[in-house]
Design a protein around this ligand. Structure first.
Ligand code: CAA
Length: 284
């Protein structure tokens, strides 16, 4: 299975990052979103990242132009008819993902792979709405995509070995490190990361320490690059809550109950860095 052409669905933070690393590795990329303005915003982020690499002498101007030329904007799912793989990075909603996968299943060629960048939703359930569950797989990139080395590759119940191998090979071509995991709520990354973040929020909620102190303990004591509350703001508090709810529902275990303070912040619209305010405030 030789992957050359890719469609990335969703030109947000994750989708634009995935499109960038695919183009850098020489794949032909269609960057798809509902509206042209969303794609333009994603392209602007990619251009800014590549310009920074040119300024730092890691990339020539010609290479930057070439990488950008590999990315074509697309506002119709029908454009997926000739791609070898689709990597879906739309919003974290099972209903929306199912709708997208059902449509794609009818559009793409019969050998094409359908991958999702979901952070915690079951791959097997998404695969079940298609006629090709053996070609559906999870490809979970980390934020910021151009920087983080890991791609968690999640096998659904029916995923073919050949499909797994093709996705692993593609991940390596992207200069990333693939790690194979099975399909259980939160996979490995968010099953471990999110309860830690949730516990940090409980620690704040119960007045054990200030937000700065909690972050300092984890940064300076455990060598984490960001404290858990800063990281929660960076990921988005709505995403953190959604993942905790997925863990809570998926395992039916109260050890995954989301902290009430997290719920309150999300209800207030304090979503972290992207909304200008979360545990900390940010200039926009
Ligand atoms: N896009 C592209 N490049 C970026 C970037 C972005 N958004 N943010 C930072 N960078 C690059 C910078 O350009 C810089 O590159 P060079 O050194 O080559 O110039 C490099 O990253 C380091 O950046 P900074 O010096 O500005 O800042 P830093 O050293 O503090 O690193 C960080 C920033 C890489 C984000 C670091 O703080 C970090 O690793 N934080 C933790 C990130 C993390 O845990 N991510 C996983 C989140 S969980 C997830 O994604 C899964 C999920 O499902 C929720």
């Amino acid at each position: 299975m030789n992957i050359k052409k890719v469609m990335v669905i969703g030109a947000g933070q994750m989708g634009s990052g995935i499109a960038q690393v695919c183009a850098q590795a020489g794949f032909e990329v269609k960057l798809n979103d509902l509206k042209e303005e969303y794609i333009e915003r994603g392209m602007a982020v990619i251009t800014k990242n590549l310009t920074r690499s040119v300024d730092k002498g890691r990339l020539s101007q010609e290479e930057k132009t070439k990488i950008l030329s590999y990315i074509t904007p697309s506002s119709s799912l029908e454009d997926a008819s000739d791609v070898d793989i689709v990597i879906e990075a739309a919003i974290e909603s099972m209903d929306i993902k199912k709708e997208i996968f059902q449509k794609l299943d009818k559009i793409v060629g019969k050998e094409a792979i359908l991958a999702t960048n979901t952070s915690s939703l079951p791959i097997t359930e998404i695969a079940a709405v298609t006629e090709r569950p053996e070609k559906v797989i999870g490809m979970h990139f980390m934020n910021p995509v151009p920087v983080m080395k890991l791609v968690e590759i999640i096998r659904g119940l029916a995923t073919d070995d050949e499909v797994y191998q093709a996705v692993e090979d593609m991940t390596k071509a992207l200069q990333k490190v693939p790690v194979e995991v099975n399909d259980f709520p939160g996979f490995v990354s968010n099953r471990i990361l999110m309860p830690m973040i949730n516990e940090a929020i409980y620690t704040l909620y119960e007045g054990v320490a200030t937000k700065e102190a909690i972050d300092d303990v984890m940064k300076l004591g455990m060598n984490h690059p960001m404290g858990p509350l800063t990281l929660a703001d960076f990921i988005g508090l709505d995403t953190c809550l959604y993942i905790m709810e997925t863990l809570h529902d998926g395992f039916g275990d109260d050890k995954y109950r989301p902290c009430p303070l997290l719920r309150k912040y999300v209800k207030a619209g304090w979503l972290g860095k992207k909304s200008g305010r979360g545990f900390y405030t940010y200039e926009r």
